[in-house]
Design a protein around this ligand. Sequence first.
Ligand code: PEP
Ligand code: MG
Length: 590
Amino acid sequence: MKTSQPAAGKERILEGLAAAPGIAVGIAHRHEHGQVHVPEYRIPSSRIDDELSRFQLAASQAGRQVDDLLHKAKKLPSAAAEEMGYLLEAYLQMLKGSRLVRGVEARIKQERINAESAVMREIGEIVEGLAAVDDSYLAARAADISEVGSRLIRALNKSAWRPFEQLNKNSAVLADELSPADTALLDPKLVLGLATEAGGMESHTAIMARSLGIPSVLGVSGLLDGLRGGETVIIDGGLGQVIINPSASTLSAYRALRAQHLRIRRQLEGLASLPAVTRDGETISLMANIELPGEVDGVLSAGAMGVGLLRSEFLFMNRSDLPNEEEQYQALAGIVKAMKGRPVTIRTLDAGSEKLPDLDSPGLNPALGLRAIRLSLKHPELLEPQLTACLRAGAHGPIRILLPMVMTVGEVTSVREAMTRIAKKLKRKRVPIADPLPPLGIMIEIPGAAITADALAAHADFFAIGTNDLTMYTLAIDRSDEQVASLYNPLHPAVLRMIQFATEAALRARIPVSVCGEMAGEARLTGLLLGLGIRELSMAPIHLGRVKQRIRAMNLSGAIRRARSIMDQVDSARISALIDSFNDETDAKS
Ligand code: PEP
Ligand code: MG
């Protein structure tokens, strides 16, 4: 619900969800989803030919799209087909050697500006000329010309321009919503903080922001109201607050707080080389989740034992074609080599839902639709190159292959058959691959999979419990919808029972089991997860220090006793209180 516009220049404090820790003080950059962004810049004379080719490519792509529409229009009832045909033919003419095209090319050459600016200026001039004549037919032509201009800009955006390339240093991106793919384009050297109106704590946008180490607050209602861009803004990703136009005293208080945060972070970094061992001697394997290949150095310096979850979606983001096997192999092998013998758990594509919505038809309810392993099994052209690339990358170091959203034993056996067949073919061709074949594991993130974990454990080589989706599907709460964020609760007894059941099934079958959802990175919950039998946790590298600190302070025997009493509870508030008192007692002893 919108209220009246806030007064310009006054300090404004807004509450949201604390999505990625840290404090940022930056200059607001307003970003609206779906808006056609038109970057404007001058180009050196040496780039004129490249810019002309980029424009010509965009014009022919836009032309092809209009051609496709023209074909579709022919199937319409005859009167509509005639009208649409006439209009689309006119668009096509405009895209081929018309005054518009010639004018844009002349501007690129003479004014030395980028193609987008040239299109905007040319369209502006033509439309202005038409508007000067008081004629309804010509007014309609002006609308057509603007439409062709938008098509050209969209084609140009796709070909070269990235939405956040032109940001200044010290920016804070404030958006209505941001997709995970757009978030992946944020450069942490330029973007100090992020805030959005939409999104939940476990949304992939939040996960991407945490992996980039950008302090973020999501789900901030009214964030963009009255915001022009250029204001000073504080983003407190630990508290979940955004302060626009902070007063001088707020600014100095936050600068001091920021310095304190950085000190604590450095202290935690000092733990990187120490083992993750409880006071009573149990070693816990701490692994990292990776969203983007650039994170590997951070993973190693944070002291992770390996990669417990490599989300392979990055290979498919921000492009209109699919990556081929060789490209996937190069990217995966690069990560495996850089991890220097530490295991890398590569998860096959988890497309669908809010992460990468467009790889197949969107479906009525994408989160319950053709997502993850379902999509890969339906499209062998997705699964097979990815398995091949994984097996080849496995020649450079230890890997494990992890399947997302598994629901049935049949899904595991189908992938294993495909993997064995592909491995045989590669061996025949003498292509170096992982030898022996890598363990094939599954995510436990559908309630049905958790409840049938015994059966699945007989076919999977390891389990990785995905508490983000497991919570979402168990409680029927969309993890990325800020409107129900307060109801999203992994401490609901139903979720904890699923985790316990799946963990015990894995331990009985003697297969490794880890937690790699966001719960794994919450130091507050470490005692509970260890108490339930988990000995491997995989998380965003930013959380490794705090979790290790907690492990080194606690007794496993105490955690097991506390987990037992927690599992007797039916009320989340009581569960929360038992977790906090366990942590307080641990802190008091250490
Ligand atoms: C999960 O669901 O907990 C998980 C780790 O997978 P993702 O967040 O990528 O859906
Ligand atoms: Mg998941």
